[in-house]
Design a binder for this molecule. Sequence first.
Ligand code: UD1
Ligand code: CA
Length: 455
Amino acid sequence: MAGFVAIVLAAGKGTRMKSALPKVLHEVGGKPMVNHVLESAKASGAIRNILVIGFGKEKVREVIGNEAEYAVQEEQLGTGHAVLTAQELLADYTGTVMVLCGDTPLLEDRVLAKLLQEHQSAGASATVLTAMMPDPTGYGRVIRDGKGRVRKIVEQKDASPEELLVREINTGIYCFESKALFASLNGITCDNAQGEYYLTDVIGMLVGKEEKVWAVTADDHQQTMGVNSRAQMAEAESILRKRKLARLMDDGVTIMDPNSTFIDGEVSIAPDVVIYPFTWLEGKTSIGTGSVIGPNVRLTDTVVGENVTMHFTYGHECQVGDSVTVGPYVHLRPGTVLAERVKIGNFVEVKNTNVGIGSKIPHLSYVGDTDMGAGVNIGSGTITVNYDGTHKHRTIIEDNAFIGCNSNLVAPVTVGQGAYIAAGSTITKDVPSDALGVARSRQNNIADWTKKYKG
Ligand code: UD1
Ligand code: CA
């Protein structure tokens, strides 16, 4: 199978989204809609992706970067005009062009591969991907002759009452032979109900020139669903989410309640992980085998090792080692790296901190900008005082140190190996290894004070 160049149309505003953001940049399944399309095109053999941009073009370039080449359509004069803007980039190209829309995030590469395969093996000049719709309203209709051959595509607004009865619609996805496409495109007019240059007119023109026009019907009309509104976006999101969960379950992951589990497309989860309800796994998160995640966990771009137990936790841009336990009510902020067998629990916040093997921060603490060794015990209520109002400073807690409850460690400060900090201390000076740091006033008991007080 020869490769092809993809032209993805994405210049429209997406008026019905009622958004300042170009429609194709709205995210479903954890990434912009248009990324789904570009990735499917690549996976089905696209050698180049050309994105036609217009509305919000700077923003689109910024987000998509070098995932595509760009053709700019300054004014949105119609889909045919949009494809023409890519002509210059294809001046020397003579192979197959696949035209796609940027707002069909449910499209899978297998459908595109089938379209390409049928187009090339039929030796057609154009092949339309069609779908049978329960309700075809709004779509262009595929008009065939008595022998089943495609004759033309008619837009809803230009269709006759009989044509409107046709349930086979144009999905807006096609393969063309480049030369035939541009030869016809340069001849289209905007003489129609919408005053636009329709790409769909090319089909009728090729038929008129007795060129071979072919059609492939998608087996599942969901694949080509275009997203035009927030309601359709929610529908697409839920379909993508279901697909992802189905793949994970096929691969050996237990999902207790798919209806309350939200996992982005790029997340990877090993077999024999159990996901409890109300869990969000986002971005480039990964989970190692044997881990039990949730209920109520949200992780973004976080790497979780094997046999981790985590519940009621929000973690972002962190690394969690094997056999760690986290939760309940924990916030792991960016730059947190937990080594094996660490325990973090009960109302603890950790930020930009390395926690060594087997160390424990079990209750009510804030630990930030800290390098902590192995076997450390952090008493309840410990705070690293890392910010002086201008600068952040680091705290170093060496192996096997024991920090008593309700201590403040005023950074920069080092607690040496095996040192103890007395409960309630505010430590402002380094504590040598094996020393006891006490930084609070001594207790004084006044005998019979209560009797005197109450008279
Ligand atoms: C188009 C098809 C219709 C098909 C439907 C499938 C035409 C004339 N009609 O209709 O047969 O059933 O898609 O969804 O092609 N775009 C541009 N520049 C423009 C106009 C559109 O880049 O000047 C982009 C839009 O951003 C969008 C795509 O092309 O991604 C489709 O445009 P849209 O206006 O939604 O076409 P439809 O009217 O839905
Ligand atoms: Ca559309």
